[in-house]
Design a protein around this ligand. Structure first.
Ligand SMILES: Nc1ncnc2c1ncn2[C@@H]1O[C@H](COP(=O)(O)OP(=O)(O)OP(=O)(O)O)[C@@H](O)[C@H]1O
Ligand SMILES: [Mg+2]
Length: 437
């Protein structure tokens, strides 16, 4: 049911209908076998019982006719036989319920047999306190041995700094997070937190110090409040409201008919992408960890909300180590270091200015994004102008035209520079290198 939109997008109702019909026919065929065997068993059981009753009645009647027994004993026999029939029928239903229980327990045993791939070593310590230092030392990892995801990745994040990971899609950015959070073990190399190899501390204690805002947030089909309190069941309602204010979602939640008691639907289906991301950010603020991993955490937000959240994240990052994955480079210009990942390795490393001066992969990505943003902003300005001209030609009277013109020009200026930091940097960038490959 969660994928119903995909079915509609591709007009796949007949295909799904046939798939469902096939499944129902298979079920009916299997059910026919079960019912047939059950009825056969019942018939056999009843036949055996009736034959037994018939034979004993004949023998008893014969003995009464011979005068060996009296009629009272015949009545006694009938009473015993009818009392025996109940428990024998019960055995039939008992057999059926045992069969059902066996099938269920088989599934359960299969689950028990599955071994987790990442488990604590026998002699691990607890990671009691955490400053937030992270080191990746020649880490190799592959989901499938034929295609490595990380190829000797090495980098270091000092406690309290912000590191941004950028690079092509599939370059291994999310994989870095998954390894640090111990969803997988690296094939070789070492990942250290505060100098401790992650394998030497318990998974539970490590995860307690790390907060993650994943690339696609999954929520429980419960109320928003339940999902928020999941990060810290001991948090008061006021803490939750504060975190939501910091994540710019509090006012939005209050506009929902049921407020914080709104059910979010399967996997959070009833919230928009941006709302879900903000709930995930609020949840991480509530968890209050030393290390924060943000995987495209602001990708689904409009520019205004994003600026709000960038502010909240800047406050949140004080004294904490942040690892940020971003495709929109304008959001990470202030990071302490930026790592450009390519084929599971660090291709370039430095601050925004250093990387631009390097004129390598990062600076070309930056130029392309600026060009695209400018083009989008200019298109928006032209569209606005066309709309205004159209409406002013409909509404007769020129008194407001001059004011709307100046408004529009002002608007043109602001939209041509989408974000203050971005525009400053972009002029710097274009001054440094006006054109190039
Ligand atoms: N669970 C998985 N099983 C097998 N292969 C995977 C799995 N997750 C990711 N991969 C593969 O590992 C490589 C790195 O994936 P990763 O998710 O780290 O990319 P990414 O840099 O985060 O990309 P994006 O920017 O698109 O999110 C990809 O080639 C991907 O196909
Ligand atoms: Mg990713």
């Amino acid at each position: 049911m969660v994928s119903y939109e995909t079915v509609k997008y591709f007009n796949a109702e007949p295909y799904e209908f046939n798939r469902y019909r096939g499944a129902v026919s298979d079920y009916q065929a299997a059910e026919y076998h079960v019912l047939f065997s059950l009825q056969l068993m019942n018939t056999c059981q009843n036949t055996v019982f009736m034959l037994g009753l018939l034979i004993t009645c004949f023998i008893c009647a014969f003995q009464i006719a011979n005068g060996q027994r009296d009629v009272g004993q015949f009545v006694g026999l009938l009473t015993y036989m009818s009392q025996l029939q109940g428990p024998l029928n019960f055995f039939g239903t008992f057999y059926r319920s045992i069969q059902g229980a066996m099938i269920n327990s088989e599934r359960l045993l299969e689950l028990f047999r599955a071994k987790p791939t990442v488990v604590d070593a026998p002699d691990v310590d607890e990671l009691r306190s955490c400053n937030g230092g992270i080191e990746f030392d020649k880490v190799h990892f592959a989901y499938d041995s034929r295609k490595p995801a990380l190829n000797g990745l090495s980098f270091e994040c000092k406690p309290g700094t912000t590191t941004a990971l950028v690079g092509e899609s599939g370059g291994g950015k999310s994989t870095v997070f998954r390894l640090l959070f111990r969803f997988y073990n690296s094939t070789s190399g070492q990942i250290r937190v505060d100098g401790h190899p992650v394998e030497s501390v318990s998974i539970d204690s490590l995860r307690r110090h790390i907060g993650v805002v994943p690339q696609d947030t999954v929520l429980f089909n419960e109320t928003i409040m339940y999902n928020l309190k999941y990060a810290n069941p001991g948090a008061t309602d006021e803490d939750i409201y504060d975190a939501c204010r910091a994540a710019s979602i509090h006012d939005r939640i209050l506009t929902f008919p049921d407020g914080y008691q709104t059910k979010v639907g399967e996997r959070g289906l009833r919230l928009s992408g941006g709302e879900k991301q903000r709930v995930a950010i609020a949840r991480t603020i509530i968890k209050n960890p030393r290390i924060i991993l943000l995987d495209e955490a602001t990708a689904a937000l409009d520019t205004d909300t994003e600026e709000h959240i960038q502010g909240a994240l800047a406050t949140l990052s004080k004294g904490r180590t942040m690892l940020v994955i971003a495709h929109r480079l304008s959001t990470i210009t202030t990071a302490d270091q930026i790592l450009v990942l390519q084929n599971g390795q660090v291709a370039e490393k430095g601050t925004h200015e250093q990387l631009l001066a390097m004129k390598g992969r990062y600076s070309s990505m930056w130029r392309k994004q600026i060009k695209a943003q400018r083009a989008a902003a200019e298109a928006q300005v032209l569209q606005d102008r066309a709309e205004r001209l159209r409406s002013s030609s409909v509404v007769a009277g020129g008194g407001e035209d001059s004011s709307s013109q100046s408004d529009e020009d002002r608007h043109a200026e602001t939209t041509a520079r989408p974000r203050p930091t971005l525009s400053q940097r972009s002029t710097k960038a274009s001054e440094a290198k006006p054109a190039g490959p």
